[in-house]
Design a protein around this ligand. Structure first.
Ligand SMILES: Cc1cc2nc3c(=O)[nH]c(=O)nc-3n(C[C@H](O)[C@H](O)[C@H](O)COP(=O)(O)OP(=O)(O)OC[C@H]3O[C@@H](n4cnc5c(N)ncnc54)[C@H](O)[C@@H]3O)c2cc1C
Length: 456
């Protein structure tokens, strides 16, 4: 099999590379390799009745397959350079924003029309946050919702499938350099290609490391974000979420001056399990369809940890803490804020007696046995700071699920064209360590596709 371009990974990064290449060079021979299933075959076995907890499938239907980790996400496309990645450091601030706006247009043209674009610009909350020691970051956010996000992916797939070869259930095992281009090796299949775009996301991080080490590509350690997912009655945050939908708020703790931030806010949403390489952590999303909305809002509170010398394995640190919570709770642990502050574990009875009905079945327990004191102190301080702009956040019945971990791939050394030191080999999306969001990962795909379209 001979191709002009092979794309590895069909998450947002890979999909938008494929989309833009096809649009600019319909004559090009393109292959797209994906470890997981087509969209319609992606089914997580957890049904809440027979199977209540993660059973550790070989490829996780939530993380792998067409659409990548974003397929069942809340579909929040943040158009900003303030968070979600550092693409702007490579391509420039204006280009990064232009690429994200372009991705937004494509999403709208493929089923996303009619969805709302929220913006922090001119918002009263910036002032309110400032007065209470909090900083609201600037962004525009398109909220597709899990249901519309799925439709957009279906439509994109329908457009891509006839213009290229798409191989599902085809994890790429190795990339070898050839005299002109690369050999891409899967189980029982090999392809030769002039250009290769690797977009394997967070789930492909371990494999990515092995590719970098076998091809001599330089990498740097990245950070890990650790914390909890907070669940409260939607009414407590509705004055903020109705206007902004998602607000990224940062707080510097008084005790240690550590920054704690809100992340991935889901008004009227649900809390879910996430399985990364066998470790069960917590996440959240929400639907655009009013019939699927819940009475709760959830968001993460995260603290970043970056190690350098002599210990460099930030992800290993995050993994160990997540494993500890899995060991104590058999999965995700849930605790009432009031129980945490009183230094006691939550029990099934205490959760049932509370006024916040949990949207995820998790094990009642004690998060102070899992999270390091410095991180937990920061989270408690921030909950009290948020209580000033959204009274009720620090209520006893507020639920905290742990642990939430945002693993970041090691950062790969790339040129301003997102090309490795090996000409023709590009690494994009979350797998490169450069992006950590749908919009940035997709934008990085469009960017390399435009670069490659000029050259093949
Ligand atoms: C539950 C959840 C909710 C989220 N919500 C949001 C949100 O609302 N907004 C936001 O901005 N971000 C959100 N994110 C993060 C977002 O999904 C990611 O930032 C984004 O998907 C990264 O895109 P990517 O293409 O780089 O990688 P991914 O989406 O991870 O895609 C990588 C793909 O590569 C495949 N792959 C891996 N290894 C190989 C291999 N060796 N061979 C072939 N294929 C391989 C994987 O199966 C996967 O399909 C969420 C994530 C999760 C898990």
């Amino acid at each position: 099999m001979k191709y002009d371009v092979a794309i590895i990974g069909a998450g947002p990064g890979g999909i938008f590379t494929a989309y833009e290449l096809l649009r600019r060079r319909p004559d090009a021979k393109i292959a797209l390799f994906e470890a997981g299933n087509p969209l319609e075959k992606r089914r997580c076995p957890i049904d809440g009745k027979k199977i209540k907890k993660c059973i550790g499938c070989q490829t996780c239907a939530i993380m792998n397959g067409f659409g990548g980790a974003g397929a069942f996400s809340d579909g929040k496309y943040n158009i900003t350079n303030d968070f979600g990645g550092t693409l702007y450091q490579y391509v420039g601030r204006e280009t990064a924003l232009e690429l994200m706006r372009y991705v937004d247009e494509i999403n709208l043209a493929h089923g996303g029309e009619g969805t709302k674009l929220y913006s922090t610009a001119g918002s009263e909350f910036k002032k309110l946050c400032m007065r209470n020691g909090l900083t609201l970051l600037d962004a525009s956010v398109r909220h597709l919702g899990t249901d519309i996000n799925y439709i957009v992916l279906e439509n994109l797939y329908a457009e891509l499938k006839d213009g290229m070869d798409i191989f599902f259930n085809s994890p790429v095992r190795a990339i070898e350099r050839e005299e002109k281009g690369f050999r891409v090796i899967c189980d029982g299949r090999e392809a030769q290609t002039e250009k290769c775009v690797v977009s394997v996301g967070r789930s492909g991080s371990k494999w990515m490391e092995s590719v970098c080490s076998s091809l001599g590509i330089e990498t740097m350690s990245n950070r890990v974000d650790l914390g909890v997912r907070v669940e409260i009655p939607a009414a407590i945050f509705s004055h903020i979420t109705d206007t902004l939908y998602e607000s990224k708020i940062v707080y510097r703790t008084r005790k240690f001056e550590d920054p704690v931030r809100t992340f991935c806010m889901n008004p009227n949403g649900i809390v879910v399990n996430e399985n990364t390489n066998g470790i069960v952590t917590v996440n959240g999303h929400s639907f655009e369809d009013p019939s699927k909305k819940t009475e709760n809002t959830n968001f993460a509170l995260l603290v970043s940890k970056h190690f350098s010398e002599p210990f460099k394995d930030s992800n290993g640190y995050g993994e160990s803490i997540a494993r500890l919570s899995n060991m104590l709770g058999g999965g995700v642990i849930v605790q009432r804020f009031g129980d945490l502050e009183r230094g006691r574990r939550s029990t099934v009875k205490r959760i049932e007696e509370g006024f916040v009905r949990p949207t995820l079945s998790a094990t009642p327990g004690d998060l102070s046995l899992v999270l390091p004191k410095r991180i937990l102190d920061g989270i408690i301080e921030m909950i009290h700071a948020l209580d000033k702009i959204a009274p009720g956040t620090a209520n006893d019945d507020t639920l905290l699920y742990g642990v939430e971990v945002k693993f970041y791939n090691m950062e790969v050394k790339l040129s301003e064209r997102l090309e490795t030191q090996i000409p023709g080999l590009y690494i994009i999306g979350d797998g490169s360590g450069v992006t950590h969001s749908l919009s940035h990962a997709s934008a990085s795909g469009v960017f390399v596709a435009r670069e490659i379209a000029e050259e093949i």
